[in-house]
Design a protein around this ligand. Structure first.
Ligand code: DX5
Ligand code: ZN
Length: 217
């Protein structure tokens, strides 16, 4: 499975060192949480910061847009260097159009669903997705408790992509730590996003290596 440290819990006063630590410890993607204070009750960063971070590593940038009207901004995030752009189904009325547009821009097209949105809502657009993000907390903050029901949803998403789009990755985000990571892996996820489990504490490289030891590459 792929591990995607989320910079939401990193210390931006030392961001070069934080990124170097997780790159050195074998991160597969860098997960970048974009929040607008409207879709979620928190604000983070936009394309400028992502463009600056781009110079620090070649690792794929996995941009998770928690913003309303994502269609207004995707081109800026692609220009800033995002390799995967994931937006929320709940945040836009024309998800299929935006997925196709993202592929046309040459990036991987991802769609995220909140805890209240059933996997079945993706049935008619699964072929248009390169990544499905199952939120295992309500988005907006790091350090929340994993919602158990997400394990069922991972299994449903695995069955859906097996049938209709086997290349599509299943990513899970929120409350993943040493206790829940093996459950997420067993349920069939391809990518685990982890913020506080990696960056809370003094040694993110050591944290990531010990999480890696729990699941096969
Ligand atoms: C939350 C973000 C997550 C966040 C996860 O809305 O989408 O990526 O960083 O944090 P943890 O791993 O601490 O739950
Ligand atoms: Zn995220």
């Amino acid at each position: 499975m792929k591990l995607a440290p989320s910079l939401l819990s990193a210390n931006f006063a030392h961001i070069s060192a934080e990124i170097a630590a997780v790159v050195g410890a074998g991160a597969d993607y860098l997960h970048l949480d974009v929040m607008d204070g409207r879709f979620v009750p928190n604000i983070t960063w936009g394309p400028k910061i992502i463009g600056d971070l781009r110079a620090l590593t070649d690792l794929p940038f996995d941009a998770h847009l928690m913003i309303v009207e994502p269609e207004r901004y995707v081109e800026s995030f692609v220009a800033a260097g995002a390799n995967i752009v994931t937006f929320h189904l709940e945040a836009t009325p024309h998800a299929q159009r935006l997925l196709a547009h993202l592929r046309g821009l040459g990036v991987k097209a991802g769609i995220a669903i909140d805890p209240q949105t059933p996997v079945g809502a993706l049935v008619d657009i699964v072929e248009d997705c390169d990544l499905i993000l199952i939120m295992s907390v309500n988005p907006g903050f790091g350090g929340q408790r994993f919602l158990e029901r997400s394990l069922v949803k991972i299994g449903e998403a695995r069955a859906l992509v097996a049938q209709r789009n086997p290349q599509c990755e299943i990513e899970v985000d929120g409350g993943i730590n040493a206790a829940t990571l093996p459950l997420v892996a067993a349920a069939g996820a391809d990518v685990a996003v982890m913020g506080s489990a990696v960056f809370d504490g003094i040694d993110p490289a050591e944290k990531l290596r010990s999480l890696r030891a729990l699941v096969a590459k």
